[in-house]
Write a protein that binds this ligand. Sequence first.
Ligand code: UFG
Length: 324
Amino acid sequence: MILVVGGAGYVGSHLVKELVEKEKVVVLDNLSTGFKQLVDSNAIFVQGDLGDRRVLDDIFNTYPIKAVMHFAANSLVGESVTDPYKYYQNNVAATLTLLKAMVDHNVKNFIFSSTAATYGVPNVDLIDEKQPNNPINPYGKTKLMVEQILEDFATAYDLHYIVLRYFNVAGAHESSTIGESHDPETHLIPIILQHLLGEREKISVFGTDYDTPDGTCIRDYIHATDLANAHILALDALLEEEKETEVYNLGNGNGFSVKEVIETCESVTGIKANIEYGDRRQGDPAKLVASSEKIKRELGWEPKFNLNQIIESAWKWHSSQNIS
Ligand code: UFG
């Protein structure tokens, strides 16, 4: 059995949908940002906090868990700047409780959702895993801290782990039963689509004076299902003992500016956006684009969705929601 912590969240629920096809799954989620209805009905759902040692003991005593996949974190760059306590508490302290419980219950395999925010402001076109880690916001720092804890746990307690550093996740499951939903929403693609559906008056572009061709930030968008499939490959590599400790980047390797993302949404939907150009948002690097060559080479991962397809899938899901 596999324990998926944060399986009711956006990325976690996409992973659970794929994972239930091949494994028994227990989801632990406190529903602080997730939604129970996103959890596949074939998974066992436990509502609780990953920082609550009694809940963890209960799960590890009840189910034969062979690996833990950890998606439960606060993940908003801007909020981490204004409320760092929340981030160090939830992302670092609670994760430490989870890792100690795993060690005590002799569960040795761990997959960790990390982020491109660990790299800070890298001065290269394509970021590979050898780039130095130099996070510029508390969110990125909390993820890097957990990565450092994992290194030490591997040495001391023989924990096997794979860290997946996500770039910008977007898109919805092909069934349109689950998709990206945050409250409040801060992510670019859902905000644009909500606007195009008439749920927001306008889109604000945060900063037009970045050192990029059109002055707006460039990001690398990856579909949630492509990301879920990378997790399954990573899980197999741990369980089959092909890998003990690894770090992989996950992105499509193509950068799109905020303006280009808006244009693509306009062309997918056929609706024109009302755009307001504003100031920079704190904590945003100008450009983050992944090299995912390592996971392609070592685990055979191949993303299937380009930006157009990501936006099409998200549009299909958003349009099917009463409240998005
Ligand atoms: N943006 C706008 N207007 C908006 C929302 C976003 O201009 O209303 C811009 C942002 O400033 C940024 C880009 O669109 O330049 C993407 O912003 P998102 O908030 O969608 O995503 P981030 O790049 O800030 O962060 C995401 C995840 C992080 C992760 C990071 C790694 O939320 O967890 O990608 O690339 F660390």
